[in-house]
Design a protein around this ligand. Structure first.
Ligand SMILES: Cc1ncc(COP(=O)(O)O)c(C=O)c1O
Length: 365
């Protein structure tokens, strides 16, 4: 089997047959000509499918070692499609430290449509097991978590889930398939916000769910068409351009992040560093008031204050007032998400420049 970087460059990227174009074109069309109402060349309408979706899906599936992948309009579009596998009265055991938008879709929409959720610390498989009920139909694991970067043991959760035949979905946005392949550890589905490391350039929004199960794949594809959570052909084309350098970028993000962790370890104004030991995300609690913390994160030269993560450029955010503002204060306090926590998405710039940026901003605070 070809290696990660070879697959990232070549899967779903065969030269186009009619002209020989090395890069497959953007099929910017809403609809496709049919020979008869029942006969077409594989595509009917772009809300249902498009060659650019298929190309990207082939690339993403190969990197996750999955048989199938379905691309969506966003990570949350992928989340909504995954929830549509459930019905009223079904119960979900989910991690208690999730991306705020995932928590919001569960509590704001899921609960209103009759789904039940229990949020537990998935780093302890025994807690997941304890939360299972006869009507539990899905286990939702984000690992590493956003923003506390806690790591769950996917294999232990799968072992618990298999006993009760409950499917496990893993949000692999932070690790990416470069560092972690949940399906090879027994998970049933793997989800990404491709907006982040996969797209990699902060210029596109997208999502994907990959699986080896054809029954789940069929339902997810149906959900894309029926709910209208489809991406645009151009966005898929852009995402696939980003995908080709995923391996190179992840190596560089990680190398820079490790150097920055080493810098923070010696910094007196740092209270606690959250770093899982791999990847490009670091969360740091500072020994600063909330006012000073906000002042600090607005004063960097290269770390741009912005939502999102995983792009080539370094970003910084304040989870409690930005990405996780939709998680109630009480819930944030329960998991230790303090107001002085700052999340860094370390880019691929020169680490010396990034460290100098952090050092001079901290010296002024
Ligand atoms: C871990 C995780 N999952 C899902 C999402 C949602 O993805 P999107 O913003 O593409 O809808 C995000 C977005 O920040 C995320 O960080």
């Amino acid at each position: 089997m070809a290696g990660f970087n070879t697959k990232a460059v070549h899967e779903g990227q065969s030269p186009e047959k009619t002209t020989g174009a090395v890069i497959p074109p953007i099929y910017q069309t809403s609809t496709f000509e049919q020979e008869s109402p029942a006969k077409h060349k594989g595509f009917e309408y772009t809300r249902a499918d498009n060659p650019n979706y298929k190309n990207l899906e082939q690339g993403l599936a190969s990197l996750e070692e999955a048989k199938f992948a379905t691309v969506f309009s966003s990570g949350l579009g992928a989340t909504l499609a995954s929830l549509s596998l459930l019905k009223m009265g079904d119960h979900v055991v989910a991690g208690d430290d999730l991306y705020g938008g995932t928590y919001r879709i569960f509590t704001h929409w899921g609960e209103r449509f009759g789904l039940k959720f229990d949020f537990v610390n998935t780093t302890k498989a025994a807690l997941v097991e304890k939360a299972l009920r006869p009507n539990t139909k899905l286990i939702w694991v984000e690992t590493p978590t956003n923003p506390l970067l806690r790591v769950s043991d996917i294999r232990s959760i799968v072992a618990v889930a298999k006993k009760k035949k409950v499917p496990v979905i893993v949000d692999n946005t932070f690790a990416t398939s470069y560092f972690q392949k949940p399906l090879t550890m027994g998970a049933d589905m793997v989800l990404h916000s491709t907006t982040k490391y996969i797209g990699g350039h902060s210029d596109v929004i997208g999502g994907v769910v990959a699986t080896n199960r054809s029954d789940l794949h069929d339902k997810l594809k149906f959900a894309r068409k029926a709910l209208g959570v489809n991406p645009s052909p151009f966005d898929c084309w852009l995402t696939q351009r980003g995908l080709k350098t995923l391996g190179l970028r992840m190596e560089r993000h990680q190398q820079n992040a490790k150097e920055i962790v080493a810098f923070f370890e010696k910094e007196k104004k740092v209270k606690k560093i959250h770093y899982p030991g791999f990847g490009g995300m670091i969360s740091v609690e500072f020994k600063l008031s909330v006012v000073k913390t906000k002042q600090l994160i607005s004063s960097f030269k290269y770390f741009t204050l912005a939502e999102s993560l995983g792009g080539v450029e370094s970003l910084v955010s304040h989870p409690s007032s930005m990405t996780h503002a939709s998680v109630p204060q009480k819930e944030r306090a329960k998991i230790g998400l303090s107001d002085s926590l700052v999340r860094f998405s370390v880019g691929i710039e020169d680490s010396a420049d990034l460290i100098e940026d952090l050092k001079s901003a901290l010296a002024k605070i």
